[in-house]
Design a protein around this ligand. Structure first.
Ligand code: FDA
Length: 325
């Protein structure tokens, strides 16, 4: 879809009443509270999916707000265990105050990762915009240095720096590096990021190749066939696949709840048939489950940040056959 159409959709959507945005978001957001998220996970467990859960909300303005996220994630850990769900956590470092008070933010993230580690649960630090790229990577390295290895982050294929960042984590963490690789949702300036679709796909695919070569765990987070097909052939070239122990000599140790060196990840409500097809072939598939009271702010901000999301949502509604849940 062209840029002007995307902008038009965003312009229209953010002027719509909240109930309308809520109606559109229903498919992409599990609901307002933990119970809603648990219900969705139980349903999707029947499709052989596993999960990563995100409490909606992002950059905060005071450290008091960080406590809300901390408490909610702590409850979430208990609920995931109580309901015996196969789930990780996804957290946004700025929601814990990384940009307000680095040390206090770090302490809160550390405490949560510690809590999760007692249940062998993995915590993914979502990657936000370029202001926090290095700070987020540093948090992961510092936690690993303290012996907390149940944590990893996300790299964005569109950023020029990503290939160097893969080298950096290879040096710092060796085969304990565990990535989610995605294209990157934030529209970054041209001097630091690829802009065109083809360049972003090529750069994302090059990152996948480099992560696999480094022996890292590689979670491919995309709904785009050129990325998924590239990942499938790269995996094949390493002899990696469903039900095969990771054959790479430099691979990290297998972890509870993870695939054999790789997995596929998709967002709730997006391209269900493709996810189910991958799952039916035995690939580990993880669904990103966002929930929370801040669903409205989250939806509007995503639309403003990257208008192509608006176009994809519109396409999904106008041409539902292109994106069945
Ligand atoms: P692309 O945008 O080309 O989409 C391919 C096709 O998928 C579209 O044509 C459409 O049919 C469908 N589609 C994709 N998104 C859709 C939507 N919202 N609604 C309807 N249809 C849609 N980014 C980031 O910067 N930091 C992060 O931490 C994460 N984390 C993350 C986790 C997971 C599990 C996923 C899947 C994605 C992310 N992302 C992210 C977002 C990611 O960077 C990227 O913006 C989106 O995944 C869209 O890129 P695709 O590779 O899917 O391709």
């Amino acid at each position: 879809m062209t840029g002007w159409f995307s902008k038009l959709v965003v312009g229209m959507t953010i002027r719509m009443p909240k109930w309308f945005v809520g109606w559109v978001s229903r498919r992409y957001v599990a609901g307002n509270n933990i119970e809603d998220a648990i219900k969705v996970m139980k349903r999707l467990s029947k499709e052989n999916a596993c999960f990563t859960v995100d409490v909606l909300g992002e950059e905060i303005t005071s450290m008091d707000e960080a406590q809300y996220f901390y408490d909610e994630y702590a409850k979430l850990i208990d609920q995931i265990i109580e309901h015996e769900l196969d789930s990780n956590l996804s957290i946004k470092p700025t929601a814990f105050g990384l940009l307000i008070d680095r040390d206090k933010g770090f302490e809160k993230i550390r405490s949560l990762v510690q809590m999760a580690s007692q249940h062998d649960m993995f915590v993914r630090l979502d990657m936000e915009d370029h202001r926090v790229t290095q700070a987020t990577i540093d948090v992961v390295v510092d936690l690993h240095n303290e012996g907390l290895t149940n944590v990893g982050t996300v790299y964005q294929g569109r950023l020029f720096r990503t290939l160097d960042d893969i080298d950096y984590l290879e040096q710092k963490l060796g085969s304990a590096a565990d990535y989610r690789i995605c294209k990157g949702i934030y529209l970054e300036p041209e001097d630091i990021a690829h802009i065109g679709y083809d360049e972003i796909v090529s750069a994302t695919n090059a990152s996948i190749d480099k992560m696999l070569a480094a022996g890292a765990y590689c979670a491919v987070a995309s709904h785009d066939k050129p990325v998924i097909n590239h990942a499938l052939s790269a995996l094949e070239s390493y002899g990696m696949g469903p039900n095969i122990a990771d054959p790479r000599e430099n691979a990290g140790k297998p972890r509870t709840g993870k695939g054999p060196g790789y997995e596929f990840q998709m967002l709730l409500g997006v391209r269900g048939p493709l996810r189910r097809k991958l799952a039916a072939k035995g690939h580990r598939t993880r669904v990103y489950i966002p929930y929370g009271e801040k669903w409205y702010e989250y939806s509007i901000r995503r639309l403003q940040e990257n208008p192509t999301v608006g176009a994809q949502v519109a396409k999904a509604f106008l041409m539902p056959w292109t994106n069945r849940p």
